[in-house]
Design a binder for this molecule. Structure first.
Ligand SMILES: *[C@@H]1O[C@H](CO)[C@@H](O)[C@H](O)[C@H]1NC(C)=O
Ligand SMILES: *[C@@H]1O[C@H](CO)[C@@H](O)[C@H](O)[C@H]1NC(C)=O
Ligand SMILES: *[C@@H]1O[C@H](CO)[C@@H](O)[C@H](O)[C@H]1NC(C)=O
Ligand SMILES: *[C@@H]1O[C@H](CO)[C@@H](O)[C@H](O)[C@H]1NC(C)=O
Ligand SMILES: *[C@@H]1O[C@H](CO)[C@@H](O)[C@H](O)[C@H]1NC(C)=O
Ligand SMILES: *[C@@H]1O[C@H](CO)[C@@H](O)[C@H](O)[C@H]1NC(C)=O
Ligand SMILES: *[C@@H]1O[C@H](CO)[C@@H](O)[C@H](O)[C@H]1NC(C)=O
Ligand SMILES: *[C@@H]1O[C@H](CO)[C@@H](O)[C@H](O)[C@H]1NC(C)=O
Length: 700
């Protein structure tokens, strides 16, 4: 492994960090990804949570146009021109019977399919640009390059790439600024001065593809968008207009170079250094506004080095490198790489999409039911500043529209949306409109934050959000006169998304989560010495009991053929009743025989081929709380739960790679192993492993 090969180290004096027992730098760098060819599915990335640049083996996007993506770059195609469907207000959704009344759901209406589809497909996240090496010859391919070698230094955020072309070496450094949408590139090669190597900038058009992977956008629809160049002595700005979306790419260079283009009908611009210059440094800034004041190359490298060092030095840490077991080393590898990748792709001012800033899934939108998996680990790993980039601000931004959503359906409080873009609009969909497990999430986030920051400021920052959340939850639960219980659904989809929504009532996980959420909401009011709405208590104390089939939790009450092979598919969310949630603090205690039976039956019967990334950590957490550490490790290293050479979570049969809920839920499970939970501080690793952990926030 290539470890110590970079010119840009700022080596901190060790004495400053004497408090650290673990040699974090050594552990982190032991897992630096190294490549000598591009991957077909994943880039190596530099980035900062809100912006990322994915590169192939050349250190740029030369042969594989991996994406340059942000949290602000979005595009709408033009609205349909079909009569009566030319405005978003022409969408009316569908009415479904809900406990004896018609309720409007945000679902595609076959009579308005054009506007329904438009609302699903728009906006899409934009791949801002492709930047690569331009060779004097046309037919250069990756195979024609020699001595390819590339390393991502996780400790500084630098990618170093080297290759040779026709025997002449090229060396490249790639960096991203820690606080702006800017990349820094340094290139050294004799090929530069002779004019046989330059750097191109190209601009794709977004597509209407639900999944745009591994690459985002198309380069051959050049007449449907516009670019223009304004070049100066040491910098140039390229403006890109795609319908109403426009943004600017400001390129600054030193020493001297010249940019020209566009090339014959394309959106391709080429930067070439001046005669005699064989070393060039670029700063490339992306912004919706013109005239970005971008940091120079040296500033970007310094900021990245400082940010990553402070990231790795702060928060929690696990050192499994003292264990002999290859399983321990693989868990360590996944841990380090997942930490890097979630900081690059998920620590955003909006929740991340499931493919982060690597490529587009679901048009680049994010799912509000997934954000607990995406973000909760930042709290457990004591990286609250990264969590706070989006939470609770995102909930505050979407509060009004979520109150409107609940209101339209005749409920109190705020009904949080599902597949969302930055404006907070939820895309139409049958499942989208009928899932409910995103509703209690704010209560979980708030509670975990309060335990670390038990202050009035914390109480205040969440209070409006929690009040509206609990009001909806209490008002959504339906009082069933014949049983005397409050029911959830129908119609609804449970987390497993594969049941008949009109028959789905009282799903196990959602019921347990409703109780947990209302318990937190009630405690929150008590902490503030304000009165607790009676409805919250009334609903909590009369929730329907958790459904049971064959002495184990069922997906929902009365589900046919529960433990037969046709049913045991998709997310085994019943394992989250005890895996994700603490034992209930109100109502009857969990029947531990049932909890144990549920874990056993899932282990023996569930169709894990049909599972998604986060199911494995969820099952591992359930095993941990049940005291079965070995089973937890088995789930975390399950052959169907894969991470590639650079740590990207493999999508599998159902979604493209990467599927980041796999990474973040993995880190959550590792936090549970290392940091434990209330009453069981841990760590909880196999006995023979020699493990050092520090800095974890215990779980609920
Ligand atoms: C390239 O990398 C692969 C995987 O790391 C390794 O097996 C192979 O030996 C490397 N090839 C060269 C020429 O370094
Ligand atoms: C896309 O259109 C919607 C609906 O008009 C609007 O709310 C949103 O701001 C637009 N987004 C972009 C990026 O143009
Ligand atoms: C559920 O019921 C509604 C009527 O309230 C009906 O329109 C819809 O097709 C049903 N859905 C399914 C999946 O059966
Ligand atoms: C662009 O290329 C794709 C696939 O290579 C092709 O399907 C599509 O028709 C092309 N579009 C245009 C406008 O040429
Ligand atoms: C009341 O609960 C029973 C048992 O779960 C169920 O069969 C029935 O449909 C519910 N009644 C209403 C009105 O939802
Ligand atoms: C609530 O009341 C308790 C006991 O009187 C007091 O200690 C606490 O500071 C009060 N909390 C708030 C937020 O007012
Ligand atoms: C727990 O569930 C088991 C299996 O269904 C049952 O035999 C036992 O009575 C239950 N315990 C309690 C306290 O309800
Ligand atoms: C379920 O098991 C039965 C009996 O073993 C088998 O005939 C059937 O094909 C299985 N179905 C599925 C979906 O695997």
């Amino acid at each position: 492994m290539l470890l110590y090969s970079f010119p840009f180290w700022l080596i901190a004096p060790r004495g400053i960090y004497a408090a650290c027992g673990i040699d974090r730098r050594h552990v982190v760098r032991s897992f630096n990804p190294h490549r000598n060819a591009s991957s077909e599915t994943t880039p190596l990335q530099v980035g900062n949570g809100n912006f990322a640049f994915g590169v192939d083996v050349t250190g740029l996007q030369t042969f594989s146009p991996f994406a340059t993506m942000s949290t602000w770059g979005w595009h709408n195609f033009s609205l349909p021109t079909t009569s009566g469907q030319t405005s978003v207000d022409d969408f009316s959704g569908l009415d479904w019977w809900t406990h004896g009344r018609l309720v409007n759901y945000n679902q595609p209406n076959p009579a308005e399919s054009d506007i329904s589809n438009w609302l699903i497909q728009n906006p899409q996240r934009v791949n801002l640009a492709t930047i690569g090496f331009s060779f004097a010859e046309d037919d250069v391919t990756e195979e024609k390059l020699e001595d390819k070698s590339q390393t991502l230094d996780l400790w500084t955020g630098q990618i170093s790439s080297a290759f040779a072309y026709n025997g002449t070496p090229v060396e490249v450094e790639t960096w991203a600024d820690s606080s702006s949408d800017t990349i820094g590139i340094a290139i050294e090669s004799e090929l530069l001065s002779g004019g046989s190597l330059g750097v191109f900038f190209d601009f794709p058009l977004p597509t209407r593809n639900k999944f745009d992977a591994p690459f985002v956008g198309v380069f051959n629809a050049t007449d449907q968008h516009i670019t223009s160049l304004q070049a100066g002595e040491n910098s140039a700005t390229i403006r890109h207009d795609i319908d109403a979306t426009s943004y600017h790419v400001t390129v600054s260079w030193e020493p001297s170079a010249k940019i020209s283009g566009p090339l014959d009908g394309k959106h391709r611009y080429i930067l070439k250094s001046s005669q005699g210059v064989n070393k060039i440094k670029l700063s490339v800034a992306f912004s919706p506004a013109p005239n970005t004041d971008a940091p120079p190359f040296a500033g970007i490298a310094a900021a990245s080095t400082a940010w990553w060092e402070s990231f790795w030095r702060s928060g929690a840490f696990i050192d499994l490198t003292g264990a002999k077991s290859p399983n321990a080393i693989e868990l360590q590898r996944r841990t380090i790489l997942s930490q890097y990748l979630t900081a690059v792709n998920s620590a955003s001012s909006y929740p991340p999409q499931e493919s982060g800033l690597v490529n587009n899934g679901w048009y680049g939108k994010f799912h509000l039911e997934m954000i607990l998996w995406h973000l909760l680990h930042f709290a457990r790993w004591n990286h609250f500043p990264l969590l706070r980039r989006s939470v609770p601000t995102m909930y505050s931004k979407y509060l009004d529209s979520s109150v409107d959503r609940a209101n339209l359906q005749g409920y109190d409080g705020a009904r949080w949306g599902k597949m969302t873009d930055p404006t907070g609009r939820s895309a139409p969909g049958e499942i989208n409109s009928l899932l409910i497990w995103q509703q209690p999430h704010p209560l979980y986030f708030a509670e975990i934050e309060y335990r670390s920051f038990p202050s009035e400021a914390t109480l205040k920052s969440w209070d409006d959000i929690l009040t509206a959340t609990a009001d909806f939850m209490a008002s959504y639960a339906f009082y069933n006169q014949s049983t005397g219980f409050y029911d959830l659904g129908p119609p609804m989809y449970p987390a497993s998304e594969n049941t008949n929504p009109n028959a789905t009532i009282n799903p196990a996980f959602e019921l347990a989560y409703w109780r947990f959420g209302l318990d937190v909401a009630i405690k929150w009011k008590e902490r503030q010495n304000t009165s607790v709405p009676e409805k919250w208590i009334e609903v909590r104390d009369n929730l329907a009991p958790l459904p049971i089939a064959e002495d184990a939790f069922a997906v929902y009450e009365g589900i046919p053929n529960m433990w037969e092979n046709t049913t045991v598919q998709d997310h085994p969310a019943m394992s989250a009743v005890f895996g994700l949630l603490p034992p209930p603090s109100s109502g009857p205690p969990l029947n531990m025989t049932i909890v144990k039976n549920t874990a056993d039956k899932i282990r023996d019967l569930w169709d894990l081929e049909d599972c998604w990334g986060w199911d494995f950590p969820m099952l591992a957490m359930n095993s941990l709380r049940l005291g079965d550490v070995d089973q937890a490790v088995t789930y975390l290293l399950h052959p169907l739960f894969e991470f590639d050479d650079a740590g990207y979570p493999v999508g599998g049969s159902r979604v493209p790679t990467p599927y980041f809920p796999g990474s973040s839920s993995f880190l959550l499970a590792m936090a549970m192993m290392a940091g434990g939970w209330d009453g069981e501080p841990g760590p909880h690793f196999p006995e023979s492993w020699n493990v050092q952990v520090e800095g974890f926030v215990p779980g609920l």
